[in-house]
Design a protein around this ligand. Structure first.
Ligand SMILES: N[C@@H](CCC(=O)N[C@@H](CS)C(=O)NCC(=O)O)C(=O)O
Length: 272
């Protein structure tokens, strides 16, 4: 795919642009977001699945406008603004925390559909373990593979593939989703990363070399899971056209991205 010559921050396109336009009017619940961001997409998935009214506010987190910094001093997206009775703004950040918050607050299943964390305490705890695993293993490996060069990048590739195999062992064998028939929070947390597989094929020459049926039962389970994520309507509705992601990910792959996250990875600090 040729990378478009875009120097400025591009805009959302395709299905995502349509979805954002539908949520552009004033609402008490506000999401400060960047259209390209996988962490933002997690929150969008929850809002979309539960059909929660909210206002979508696009900000460029690399320029960190004052409106964002006033809410979140680290200037990261997603930042959610929660309405209060006295009209003050209460911000929330960290995508997985926001997702759990929304699942708890919009919990009436007759209005908002199935809960995203299981009712059973053991299953709920197990889901949280694997959500944490995505944050502590899969995401760092994702960035290491994408941003680093040579041996460091190879270590990222190895860790990424090995950790998705571990995650795959935990997927319900019948599926298609992590807990079975219905999507749940682990799918929301890993879905946007699965949806960005092509980034590695494009920039790291991976050539679609992901775990699959040729690697045995777990590979087959993962392959089936990837198809479920890619065919998931909520993912499709919140994703832009691929070409629009290219210039942004190219900066990461070329190791010139200036975001806090990119710098933390390069300097070997914990990622924000
Ligand atoms: N751990 C955070 C990560 C959020 C994050 O890193 N967002 C990126 C965009 S994908 C961002 O705002 N980057 C701006 C920067 O790093 O300066 C979460 O899960 O919400």
């Amino acid at each position: 795919m040729p990378v478009p010559d875009v120097d400025i921050y591009p805009e959302a396109t395709g299905q995502a642009a349509k979805y954002f336009a539908e949520h552009s009017t004033e609402e008490p619940l506000k999401l400060y977001a960047g259209w390209f961001c996988p962490y933002v997409q997690r929150v969008l998935l929850v809002l979309h699945l539960k059909n929660i009214p909210f206002q979508y506010i696009e900000v460029n987190p690399y320029e960190k406008p004052k409106s964002l910094l006033d809410l979140n001093p680290r200037g990261l997206v997603p930042t959610l603004v929660v309405p209060t009775a006295d009209g003050t703004q209460k911000p929330l950040f960290e995508s997985s925390v926001i997702c759990e918050y929304l699942d708890e607050v919009y919990s009436d299943t007759t209005k908002y559909g199935p809960r995203l964390l299981p009712e059973d305490p053991y299953e709920r705890a197990r889901a949280r373990i694997w959500i944490q695993f995505v944050g502590s293993n899969i995401i760092p490996a994702f960035h290491r593979w994408l941003q680093f060069k040579g041996e460091d990048s190879e270590k990222g590739r190895h860790d990424y593939i090995e950790s998705i195999k571990k995650f795959a062992e935990q997927i319900d064998p019948v599926g298609p989703f992590w807990l079975g028939k219905e999507p749940s929070l682990p799918d929301v947390i890993i879905g946007p990363l699965v949806e960005r597989y092509w980034v590695f094929d494009e920039f790291k020459g991976n050539g679609g070399n992901w775990p699959s049926a040729k690697d045995g039962e777990i590979g087959a389970r993962w392959e089936k899971y990837v198809s479920a994520i890619e065919g998931w309507q909520a993912i499709k509705d919140t994703t832009s056209d691929k070409e629009h992601y290219l210039p942004l990910y190219k900066r990461y792959a070329d190791n010139v991205a200036q975001s806090e996250l990119a710098k933390a990875i390069r300097e070997g600090r914990p990622i924000p």
